[in-house]
Design a protein around this ligand. Sequence first.
Ligand SMILES: [Zn+2]
Length: 181
Amino acid sequence: MYKNRYSSQPVIPEHERVYHYVSGELHKYLGYHYPLSIIGTSDEPRVVLNGSHLVLYTKHPQDRGEIAFILDMWYREQAKAIFVPVVADAIVKAAPYKISMPKLRIYKLDDRWGSLSQKSKILVMNLELIKTPKPCIEYIALHEVIHARYPSHDMGFYSALSNLMPDWRERENILRTKFPI
Ligand SMILES: [Zn+2]
């Protein structure tokens, strides 16, 4: 479904990608690439996804640092709004394994999509997941949640994962090949 939207784009690990924050530059959101459209305004800064463009309103359209900051804030808001229900769904899905709701933290990470601390019951999800397709976000949430029951990647872990999400390999493959961090 999202294939055609990103297949023509070069695949560069996200942490190596350099953005210039100018109009027309492509930015990712939920697996799609949207051209950035920067518009001057006297109002408060905001970002609006209008279907084909990521429209960013700012008082200082030439200030790339500020544009980067506004966009980052927007990604963080979207990530919070989307990851919270996705994690709640993963907990419901994993009910047979009796896993309780972890505390969710969203950080930008260079080397992993997520992690779960057994001791503190803190689930960390990588902010960069907001740039990937929602099925991939669901996969990472479920993967980490299952670690609450099976800390290592052993047979129990994979059997639970395959049981709860039979197509997890496909989702992982999209992350690895199309959205490397
Ligand atoms: Zn794992």
